[in-house]
Design a protein around this ligand. Structure first.
Ligand SMILES: N[C@@H](CCC(=O)N[C@@H](CS)C(=O)NCC(=O)O)C(=O)O
Length: 218
């Protein structure tokens, strides 16, 4: 493994939150280019060489450049030692269960629902207005989270049981996003959210990733 310090490009927004939160959970010392989404910082040649999609977040670690938040958090837990209580899969079945949660959130909740709403409602001047698709995505999101509520409840304290994992980080980032859109989440998910939100590292990551929401020092 390289001894170089990791560097994160990007701050603000759901996907960058996942990366900062994971790094803070692992206690990794890292550098940051605090560029915002769609800001001039994403339009430089230097950034385009790292991520031709011109999106955040990007992680650079030695020669490795990664541009997908779920791949980044998985790489980080495979690379840096995790503190006690942090769940890292140790066999194929555990990895598959963690992936199952992560892919569910990344595809059904993030890409198919929340990001569709974001693009065709909040960012309609860029991506085009599509009210029917937005309404359908809202309905779809609720169907998905309601279908999974009992499973979240049955999972225990966190999605993988007693140990907190990157699946929780990815899931929480989408629950925060859904709450911002005022989705009526099932009680089991509200309970889960309240439980995870008590984590001091979550609060630290929120303050780091969304400095505009917090004016007091921390
Ligand atoms: N699937 C990517 C999505 C990255 C992404 O869309 N990031 C947003 C900010 S949260 C962005 O940079 N958007 C720029 C744009 O839509 O042009 C990931 O999970 O990292």
């Amino acid at each position: 493994m390289t001894t170089a310090k990791p560097t994160v490009w990007g701050i603000g927004g759901t996907r960058a939150m996942r990366v900062h939160w994971t790094l803070l959970e692992l206690g990794v010392d890292y550098e940051m280019h605090a560029i915002l989404t769609r800001s001039p910082g994403t339009q430089t040649d230097e950034f385009a060489r790292l991520n031709p999609k011109r999106k955040i977040p990007v992680l650079c670690h030695g020669p490795l450049v990664l541009t997908e938040s779920a791949a980044i958090v998985s790489y980080l837990t495979d690379t840096f030692p995790a503190p006690e209580g942090f769940f890292v899969p140790s066999d194929a079945a555990q990895r598959a269960r963690l992936n199952e949660w992560s892919y569910f959130v990344m595809t059904e909740l993030d890409a198919h629902s929340l990001y569709l709403i974001r693009r065709h409602d909040g960012l309609k001047e860029i991506y085009g207005e599509a009210p029917e698709a937005v309404a359908s995505a809202r309905e779809y999101f609720l169907k998905q989270v309601n279908a999974m509520a009992d499973k979240v409840d049955a999972a225990g304290k966190f999605l993988m049981g007693e140990g907190f994992s990157t699946a929780d980080i990815i899931f929480m980032s989408c629950l925060d996003w859904a709450m911002m859109y005022e989705f009526p989440l099932p009680q089991a998910l509200m309970n889960y959210h309240a439980r995870v939100a008590k984590r001091p590292v979550y609060q630290k990551a929120m303050r780091l990733n969304y400095p505009e929401l917090y004016t007091d020092d921390f």
